[in-house]
Design a protein around this ligand. Sequence first.
Ligand code: ADP
Ligand code: MG
Length: 575
Amino acid sequence: MLKRFISYYKPHKKLFFIDMFFAFLVSTFDLIFPMFTRKMVNQIIPDGRMDLLLKWSIIMILLFIVRYISSYIVAYWGHLLGVKIEHDMRRDLFGHLQTLPFSYYDNTKTGHIMSRMVNDLRDITELAHHGPEDLFISLVMLLGSFFILLTIEWRLTLILFAFIPLMVLFTIKKREKMEDSFRKVRQEIADVNSQLENSISGIRVAKSFTNEDYEIEKFDKGNEAFSNARKESYKIMAEFITGIGIVSNILNLLVISIGGYFVYTNVIDIGDLFAYTLYVNFFMQPIRRLTEFTQQLQDGMTGFERFIEVMNISPDIVDKPDAIELNNIKGDIVFDNVSFSYDNGEGAVLSNVNLTIEEGKTIALVGPSGAGKTTLCHLIPRFYDINSGNIFIDGLNIKDIKLKSLRQNIGLVQQDVFLFTGTIRENILYGKPSATEAEVIDAAKKARIHDFIENLPNGYDTYIGEKGVMLSGGQKQRISIARLFLKNPPLLILDEATSALDNETETMIQRSLEELSKGRTTLVIAHRLSTIKNADEIIVLTARGIEERGNHEELLRKNGIYANLYNSQFKSLIN
Ligand code: ADP
Ligand code: MG
């Protein structure tokens, strides 16, 4: 774990050592400064050595300059180090997220991924940057001031250092409490946020049920709990600050009174006492820093553990070493005794499915909701791997084909279209980034969306999504179809592409889809009689598997499930 953490420093070794070096300079200077004061009070002022005053002042000014250049470098480059490490980790995480399979996203909430990207990485960076730096500076300061204090007056020093364990204990105890309360605050704000998100997403439902008051009441509870948690955390923080203040004042008081006695008895000089008071306040700081460091270490390491947890999930669907490229395929698809379940074995969604879709033919898949139609479609581009059996394309087992190549040959139209934030052109180009303008327009025409786009004020450069134009379901669907005309895959899967649309739009889109499926092997999940009737073969899939197959007339004659479905569902839709 630590090794993996350190590996992120490797590309930025130089920056790291520069940061450490200048941090060392800063702390050394801070250690030297009280010595100057001591010399001043002990020697320069009593002896009236103005020449020495001038000389030492110049030296100190020079040292000051070095110190502030150094501290600038530490403040800037040190943070830069953190930024770079965070950048690398974020890049790795994002890259890795792109490789993770559907099953990962089925079981992970977007909110969790977001918090990993944002909170965990921030905790890690804090540690990556401040951890080594703080640890190093604090140790130098603590040890340095301890030795210097020893050389000035060792008895006083030992008395003072007896306080350290007390302070550390107090700080750690309070910090623990503080951390608990901070954790509670974070928990509560996370709850408030998710409640907010949920309520806003559902605002239309809330309004239609006139449940606004209920929503407000629910929100108030979380909001209240959050405020209370913060109140508690500020109370503990106030206790901590007061406690530390008291201890440091006691220390100062001890130094002044015991030290004053030592000066009176001529054990030390007045300049020693002066320097002493300065040094005493020096080692308070590192102790506070060190306790903060333990916290930082904990947060950072927890963050890093979670980061590694995601990084260690391996994409389970990967190319075989000898995987082959699909070229100029004809596109017949064969399901050979295919069984699949989402949880590896239990609760099979598909069992022993046998199915052949011949080149260029259109197969319609019908059946009740939950029968596994979408699942079956997702197995062909290997969004999920089957548990047993084989799927062949042109006689090649899909597991022997390069994943990229396989997916490039398949076009998928889904019920819910997702368009990326960006312009309409960018969204169409998603199907083939290298396409020319003429190709884009041609695809849009075939998808029957060109005229609509042309009439927008910014045409193809119209921004869609947030802060852009709002598109209707049908318009989005047609853009997604244009995307597929550009991609031009030999295999086509249409998963209830028109079921969320009104009748008129549906007819339009139906035409574009028919055009799209010309000359392509097409698997269509349909709820619309005209599509089903035109299919070369109809497959009836239920929870028990494939129950009937044949063309429309054959199945009607059979008077089975399809005939039943037809009578109850399709007949009312006059097509
Ligand atoms: P259809 O498209 O025919 O309505 P689906 O293929 O969507 O049916 O679903 C078939 C079965 O698989 C259902 O019981 C559904 O609950 C289950 N299922 C669908 N998607 C997932 C998933 N990502 N993880 C687990 N189970 C799923
Ligand atoms: Mg479905």
